[in-house]
Design a protein around this ligand. Structure first.
Ligand code: C2E
Ligand code: CA
Ligand code: CA
Ligand code: CA
Length: 278
C-alpha cells in the first residue's frame, strides 16, 4: 500500500510540475504575443431587430500568429486572466479599438463598443483612470465604450467594484452583466452593483423551441430582467425562430450569427456603413 501511495504522490508531483511549467511557457508566449501585437480585436455587431440598426458591437479577441494561424480566446484568455496578463491585454485591445473606431465614417452618437472584463479588473483602483487615459489619447468619447463583466470568477470586493463602476459611469461608460445566469453570484451582484444591462447567454438562447429545462431558466431570466427594469441583449442568436421568440418577449437587441459573426475591423466598418445606409 505504501509503495502505491508513493507512486501516486510522485505522479501528482510530476503532473503539478508539468502544469506549472506549461503555464509558465504559455505566460511567456502571451507576453511575446503582446509584444509582437498578435492580439487582434474582432467586432461582432449588436443589432436592434426592431429597426435593423447596428447599435453597437462586442469585441472578441483573436490571437493571430505570424503564420496566419488564429487561436480562439477560450484557449488563452483563462490563462491571461489567471496570471494577470488580462490587464495589459485589455488595455492593448482598448488602444486598438479606439484607433479603429476613430476611423468609422458615420458614427451615430450612441454607438458603443463593448469590451470583456473580469471582476478583478473592476476592482482595480487604477482601472478607470487607465481607461480614461487611453480614450483621451485617441480622442474617443467615453460613451462610445462599454464593458461587459462575466461571473466566471467571483467578485471579491463589491465595495471596490462599486467605486470603479461608478467612476466609469460618471463618464457614461455602461457596464453590462455578461453570461447572466451562468456564473457565480446568480443575480445577487445586480442588487449591489450599478449594472443596467443583462446579456443573456447562448446557453439559454439555444433552448428556444426545445423542451430543455434550461428554457425555463431563460423565461425566468427574462422575467427577472423585466421586473428589475434592466436592458437585455440576447447573444448566440442563430435563427429567425429565436429572434421571433425574443421579440415576443420584448427583447429586441440581438447579437449572433443570425446577423453576423465576429469580424476584423475592416469588414465591420463596411458592415456598419452599409447598415447605416439602409
Ligand atoms: P462571450 O463573452 O460569452 O462571447 C460570446 C461568444 O459566443 C464568442 O466566442 C462569440 O464568437 C460566440 N458567438 C457569438 N454569436 C454566436 C452564435 O450565434 N453562435 C455561436 N455558436 N457562437 C456565437 P469567442 O469569440 O470564441 O469568445 C469566447 C469567450 O472568450 C468570450 O465569451 C469571452 O468570455 C472570452 N473573451 C473573448 N475576448 C475577450 C477579451 O478581450 N477579454 C476577456 N476577458 N475575455 C474575452
Ligand atoms: Ca462577452
Ligand atoms: Ca456572453
Ligand atoms: Ca458565453
Amino acid at each position: 500500500v505504501q509503495a502505491i501511495l508513493c507512486i501516486i504522490l510522485l505522479l501528482t508531483c510530476l503532473l503539478l510540475g508539468l502544469l506549472k511549467g506549461q503555464n509558465g511557457t504559455l505566460k511567456e508566449l502571451i507576453y511575446l504575443g503582446l509584444k509582437n501585437k498578435e492580439f487582434i480585436p474582432f467586432y461582432q455587431p449588436i443589432v436592434d431587430s426592431s429597426s435593423q440598426q447596428v447599435i453597437g458591437c462586442e469585441i472578441l479577441v483573436r490571437w493571430i500568429k505570424k503564420n496566419g494561424e488564429i487561436i480562439s480566446p477560450n484557449l488563452f484568455i483563462p490563462i491571461a486572466e489567471y496570471n494577470g496578463q488580462i490587464f495589459e491585454l485589455t488595455y492593448d485591445l482598448l488602444n486598438q479599438v479606439s484607433a479603429d473606431i476613430g476611423k468609422l465614417a458615420l458614427k451615430h452618437p450612441d454607438f458603443y463598443v463593448s469590451l470583456n472584463v473580469i471582476p478583478e479588473q473592476l476592482e482595480d483602483d487604477n482601472f478607470a483612470e487607465n481607461v480614461f487615459k487611453i480614450l483621451k489619447k485617441h480622442q474617443i468619447e467615453a460613451n462610445n465604450i462599454a464593458f461587459e463583466v462575466t461571473e466566471r470568477t467571483p467578485f471579491t470586493n463589491l465595495k471596490k467594484a462599486e467605486k470603479v463602476i461608478n467612476q466609469l459611469k460618471s463618464q457614461n461608460i455602461d457596464i453590462k452583466l455578461d453570461d447572466a445566469g451562468t456564473g457565480y453570484g446568480g443575480f445577487s451582484y445586480l442588487q449591489e452593483l450599478p449594472i443596467d444591462t443583462l446579456k443573456i447567454d447562448k446557453m439559454f438562447v439555444e433552448t428556444i423551441g426545445t423542451n430543455d429545462v434550461k428554457s425555463k431558466i431563460l423565461s425566468s431570466i427574462i422575467l427577472f430582467g423585466k421586473n428589475a427594469g434592466l436592458k437585455m441583449i440576447a447573444e448566440g442568436v442563430e435563427n429567425q425562430e429565436q429572434v421571433e421568440y425574443l421579440n415576443r418577449k420584448g427583447i429586441t437587441l440581438i447579437q449572433g450569427y443570425y446577423y453576423a459573426k465576429p469580424m476584423p475591423f475592416e469588414d465591420f466598418s463596411r458592415y456598419y456603413e452599409r447598415n447605416l445606409a439602409t
